[in-house]
Design a protein. Structure first.
Length: 256
């Protein structure tokens, strides 16, 4: 699948593994300038908070996490071929998401507010290890991709996952940009699913237009203080897949 990434819509990109073979074919056959990949980057490798703390203590400010060594090596090869790397920062470690909700995708459960700083450090490490851009999760407007677990303070307000997403985005952006070594790494809003389109049915999903509107009219953890994504992202993504192969034809873009 071909995608355009970040602020460089004129630059061809591919979505898939970050292997040398994928990089070579992307460059030689397509002239790609970007690769979007989640290979060897999901945060679940820190099975305990103690393991996370040990990596932070060992790596220090400029060091690299051993668990990201494979990704680092592959990203360096991509750079040697003139390809930049976009990584979706996702997959909450179990200790950072709390108890699992019943049903759904536990892996992509929302981070507990008290652990946002840890996820922000994980995002900074992705940049240190070779990501040129990160997008915060994938299709977060889907309940299956970004939802509250039973321990989250906002579990009784499922639609407020937009607000929670804003707060996580602000934490990630602040951590990445505060470090001179990662300040040039772009931070983006994860591509939204075209939920609400005639072929994309998810009763708990939030329409992408509604999602983006609420990103700029959010509330902080106290559910009162205004918060916003404004000034805390470098690019925004959408997934406009729904217009193909549908009864109303490829001209139907009304779901946007």
């Amino acid at each position: 699948m071909l995608v355009s990434t970040c602020a460089h819509a004129q630059e061809m990109g591919t979505n898939g593994p970050l292997s040398a073979a994928q990089v070579d074919s992307s460059v030689d056959e397509l002239g790609a300038k970007w690769i979007r990949t989640s290979d060897d980057t999901e945060w679940g490798f820190h099975s305990t908070e103690a393991a996370f703390a040990a990596d932070v203590a060992t790596a220090g400010t400029s060091g690299l996490w051993p668990a990201l060594a494979t990704f680092h090596s592959r990203a360096m090869y991509a750079h040697s071929r003139g390809v930049r790397v976009l990584v979706p920062a996702m997959a909450a470690a179990a200790w950072a998401r709390g108890s699992d909700r019943v049903g759904g995708n536990h892996w992509h459960q929302a981070i507990l507010p008290s652990k946002r700083w840890a996820f922000a450090e994980f995002a900074r490490q992705l940049c240190l290890n070779g990501a040129d851009a990160i997008e915060l999760t994938n299709e977060p407007n889907l309940a299956g991709e970004y939802a509250f677990g039973p321990d989250h303070p906002r579990v009784s307000y499922p639609d407020e996952r937009v607000d929670d997403y804003v707060l996580l985005l602000r934490a990630v952006y602040g951590r990445v940009k505060a470090d001179p070594l990662t300040a040039s790494c772009q931070v983006g809003i994860g591509g939204t699913s075209p939920v609400g389109h005639e072929m994309i049915v998810d009763v708990a999903g939030i329409h992408p237009v509604t999602w983006y509107q609420r990103l700029f009219n959010a509330k902080a953890d106290d559910r009162v203080t205004p918060s916003s994504a404004a000034g805390f992202f470098d690019f925004a993504a959408v997934h406009p897949y729904g217009e193909f192969g549908i009864p109303s034809g490829p001209a139907d873009w009304s779901y946007r």
